[in-house]
Design a binder for this molecule. Sequence first.
Ligand code: BES
Ligand code: ZN
Ligand code: ZN
Length: 515
Amino acid sequence: MKVNLYTDDLREAPVQLLAVGVFSDEPDRGLAFASLNQWLEGALEDACREEDFKGKPGQQVLLNLSPGRSVRRVLAYGYGERKDYTPESARRFGGEAVRVANKVGARSLALQLSLPDAPGPREQVLATIQALTEGALLGTYRFTEHLSDKGRPPSLDEVKVAFVAEDVQGLTGSELRGAVKRAEAVAQGVIFARDLVNAPANVLFPAELADRAKRMAKKHDLGFKVLGPREMERQNMNLHLGVGRGSTHEPRLIHVTYTPQEKTSDRVVAIVGKGLTFDAGGLSLKSAEGMMTMKIDMGGAAAVLGAMEAIAVSKPGCVVHGIVGAAENMPDGNAIRPGDVITGKKGISVEILNTDAEGRLVLADALAYAQDQKPTEIIDLATLTGAAIVALGPHTAGAFVRDEALYERLSQAWTVSGESFWRLPLGRELREQLDSDIADIKNIGERYGGAITAALFLSEFVDASIPWAHLDVAGPVFQAKVSPYGPKGATGFGVRTLVEYLHQVGASGSSGEVS
Ligand code: BES
Ligand code: ZN
Ligand code: ZN
């Protein structure tokens, strides 16, 4: 689908659907609405009154126009109050408008850029154009791979992001186009991640995940390396290997490297993902219901690989290592047992009391491998604990960050990306729960605070000198309900924040300037 910028008179826009965002507290529903309404001789206002349209968040009115007009339909979309506006409002608008367009069979759509203030701050204007484009590109996503009837293909093949000169004062054409290009790269990465997470575990096992990562890396000229069991053994990755031992599918350590052509920062970022292509729990077997969605246990890995694809296209100025620990956790005669003690790459012995707490074992070795790349910071993403979902609900990820400057930067990135994160504490008072009688550490704590003890476990495997963040994304990588810019299922959560973060780092200059 093409996305273009459009600055002419909206009423002349040769599109089949014209969508206008409306703030609930704007006089006459705003200038764009008022001028459209005047052109339609009051018909738009009449339709809104009839349907009691107040401009509440997500509220919609669709008006069919009489034949003979350049525009076939108009959609009024509620943005809510001006003070509540964020670019995420625009992302939702873009997604919903695309959905309506496809439903009515429109081939072209114009999205009117509406901001609470014109001219708005430049960052806000660019973030809004990016968000509108992302919403539109993600709103058409469907996972049809395994359907014999793939349904009607989306009708929409062109989206225009429409604005008046006043909205974009002080911005150059290339800056505006840059925002669209960034959104296209981000959407490509999010869709790659969604496809990986939606893929069933009989199709996507560790070697297949590695193959898909390799194809993506080759396509974009990224560095690529994969370790199989033999190489992993040589590196003492026994915790990761242990988790894979109960499966007929061998584990893999996947390493994708992005090196910028124009390096503008000395920082080297490692992003590390948990890649359990299926988590049955191992001998500490899950319930039938508990394992029903466990193909999503590689959501962190998908976010890492999706972000690598997005940055390969959008090119930030820093080096990035994307590292994935892939395995399948199954019960079997060869599987690790509760009570086993295993020492991994870092030389720390672990008493494994619950084989379902496997993500932290895989990550322990993957994080050790990441440190060999001499990164200036490490961010891991993992569908690590059910406790994170209990704490924060299904839409919000838990962020454990062991460095204040890294926290500041990350939270700035997730504010722009619109993905929902909430900081949780690495509460040292729970650390004693991980004390083992016979090994250096055990892999589970008590029931309460399970997301925290999991994070504390990981923290033992990352040198204290390295700024490190652990993002527990167990909830938001998969949704049981349709959202404004995605169907049920995989969301691609994490890609947007990572890409925003990496561009921020790329633009920040040498490591000495930012601490
Ligand atoms: N993959 C699960 C966590 C999970 C649960 C992700 C639900 C998404 C939805 C993880 O490996 C796991 O099983 N964790 C256990 C840890 C416990 C045994 C300490 C959990 O959360 O119950
Ligand atoms: Zn598990
Ligand atoms: Zn798991």
